[in-house]
Design a protein around this ligand. Structure first.
Ligand code: PLP
Length: 360
């Protein structure tokens, strides 16, 4: 479509064009109801259908069945940093964390604030989070193990998830939810702010194994109580109706693309051509260790900061936006989520080659 840029922002991020077009088409008059999804009651039959379809599609993409519950909550992934320990920590059983960057740190800080017994069993802070730790032991008596599956800021991603035995694995998948197929039986809970790979800001997706809902006790603040929200199909209070509607359509879009396997194939291809361009150049320097590289957020440096500023400005002019690295680390970050077409990455690689020729 004319005038649309290639949007490499880390989140909120690019969404599939057909989803935006459908939302536009239905915006003023949702399927003949004479009103917008923004205006309808969350207690109406119409919205019930919207949320039920969104839940169903979210399950279908990854093959979740009746033993898991999908919740659409508010407060972003950040609220889940507190909700996870509140709902899942058991007395006398430590909560375990692996620290792979700023978001893991924030999750750990919430557990600490809440006075939850917890232990950080591994960290990659020694190398400014440019790798995923592999050597750690999991206490079989733990309440859960929390990981950040993809580190949006540092451009690292778990390639294989740890085997946790009976200890529930909890993953913050905010920046790589549904970017590839994973074994759903490995996880007790996954959660994600939708605004990167699954929809707009304002919806957090939580997928929880049903037996774990029994851990949520009555004295947890209601807004963070998984069990209450599960019993009410996420409708204990007024949810982000429009956000949920869009998440449902993004899930349907994944299914229409040929499902998660097809999405993964394209994601691997996009990451491969971008990393290849970085590896074949002395001008660009990828920051993540090769075996920990993210296929969602590709981070790299140029020879100096002035060149990085110039790169971002000229890329912007060329219709490639959102490439500035996170303010805490600098450099360049290309976020190439599911909705970024292969053509967008090819355009970026071609721009990079040209920029190197002129400035290298
Ligand atoms: C991995 C990860 N976790 C958590 C968050 C925080 O998400 P939210 O802004 O939805 O609270 C982000 C946001 O960028 C993230 O990348």
């Amino acid at each position: 479509m004319e005038n649309r840029v290639y949007n490499f922002n880390p989140g909120p991020a690019t969404l599939p064009l057909p989803v935006l077009q459908k939302a536009q088409e239905e915006f003023l008059n949702y399927r003949g109801e004479g009103l917008s999804v923004l205006e309808m009651s969350h207690r109406s039959k119409t919205f019930d259908d919207i949320i039920n379809r969104a839940v169903e599609s979210t399950k279908k993409v990854m093959g979740y069945g009746d033993d898991h519950t999908v919740l659409f909550l508010q407060g972003g992934a950040t609220a889940q940093f507190a909700a996870v320990p509140l709902n899942l920590a058991l007395k006398g059983k430590p909560a375990l964390y692996v620290n792979t960057g700023s978001w893991s740190k924030k999750a750990i800080a919430e557990a600490k604030k809440l006075g939850i017994e917890h232990k950080v069993i591994a960290s990659s802070e020694d190398k400014n989070f440019n790798y995923i730790p592999r050597d750690f032991e999991i206490d079989p008596n733990a309440s859960y193990l929390h990981i950040t599956s993809n580190n949006t800021i540092f451009g690292t991603q778990w390639k294989e998830y740890p085997d946790t035995g009976e200890v529930p694995l909890v993953a913050d998948m905010s920046s790589d939810i549904y970017c590839r197929k994973y074994d759903i039986t490995k996880f007790g809970v996954i959660y994600a702010g939708a605004q990167k790979n699954a929809g707009p800001a304002g919806v957090a997706i939580v997928i929880i194994r049903n037996d774990l809902l029994e851990r949520s006790h009555d004295d947890i603040p209601t807004i963070l109580n998984y069990k209450i929200y599960a019993e009410k199909n996420s409708l204990y209070n007024t949810p982000n109706c429009f956000g949920i509607y869009i998440v449902g359509m993004v899930m349907d879009w994944i299914l229409e693309q040929g499902g998660i396997e097809k999405i993964e194939q394209v994601n691997q291809k996009k990451a491969q051509i971008l990393y290849e361009a970085l590896d074949n150049s002395d001008f660009y320097r990828p920051t993540a260790e090769p075996d920990s590289r993210s296929i969602m957020n590709v981070t790299f440096r140029l020879p100096d900061e002035d060149l990085e500023k110039k790169f971002v400005a000229e890329a912007n002019e060329a219709g490639l936006v959102g490439l500035k690295g996170h303010r805490s680390v600098g450099g360049i970050r290309a976020s190439i989520y599911n909705a970024m077409p292969l053509k967008g990455v090819q355009a970026l690689v071609s721009f990079m080659k040209d920029f190197e020729k002129k400035n290298g």
